[in-house]
Write a protein that binds this ligand. Structure first.
Ligand code: GTP
Length: 185
């Protein structure tokens, strides 16, 4: 399995079912407050190096399934360094689709042996009073490219900056090997 070489900018792509809160997460990060009415898709955002914990310029890219073709989303996967697959903790269907649809779709759009790190993001944690993180381990075990899982809320801002920081870290300090053993020999 080959991980990409460490880049000088980090390109973070948010994927996931409609309505899980992708755009809200991006806007909450940038404005530090929750806005009830958000556009279907956030403009691409560039965070300058000096305001990121890792001091690396970071681009954040939103998708909207209703507005973009699968080809366009596939292109964004190819261009991304790390992918955050967002689900809504109060909607089991959005979690199920991670294993049945989104992770296979991401794999299909990576080169043969290349693996991009994936962060699984359970948003809207303000709506429930229990953790659903235990329901995710099976998926994470099946897909080793899943780097970590995080629960957050675009509404209360809980773990929002941590989520983007974790995505940066997954690229800049990968847990897995950069090159497969075969390639090093
Ligand atoms: P698409 O554009 O359809 O792909 O949706 P999206 O994933 O970008 O979701 P969006 O940010 O548009 O949010 C969908 C709805 O969920 C909106 O009504 C948001 O206000 C709401 N929402 C987003 N994040 C949270 C959250 O953390 N908690 C709660 N309670 N609601 C949220």
């Amino acid at each position: 399995m080959v991980y990409e070489a460490i880049p000088r900018t980090v390109r973070i792509l948010l994927l996931g079912e409609p309505g899980v809160g992708k755009t809200s997460l991006i806007l909450s990060l940038v404005t530090e407050e929750f806005t009830e009415h958000v556009p279907p898709k956030a403009e691409e955002i560039t965070i300058p190096a000096d305001v990121t914990p890792e001091q690396v310029p970071t681009n954040i890219i939103d998708i909207c399934v209703a507005e973009q073709s699968l080809e366009q989303i596939a292109e964004e996967i190819e261009r991304a360094h790390v992918i955050c697959i967002v689900f809504s903790v109060d909607r089991q269907d959005t979690l199920s689709k991670i294993g049945t649809y989104w992770l296979p779709f991401v794999r299909e759009n990576c080169n043969n042996d290349e693996r991009k790190p994936v962060i699984l993001v359970g948003n809207k944690i303000d709506l429930i009073d229990y953790s659903i993180i235990d329901n995710i381990w099976d998926i994470a075990e099946e897909y080793p490219e899943v780097d970590r899982c995080i629960e957050c809320s675009a509404k209360t801002l809980m773990n929002v900056s941590e989520m983007f920081y974790n995505a940066q870290k997954a690229v800049l300090h990968p847990i897995g090997p950069l090159y497969s053993i075969e390639e090093q020999e």
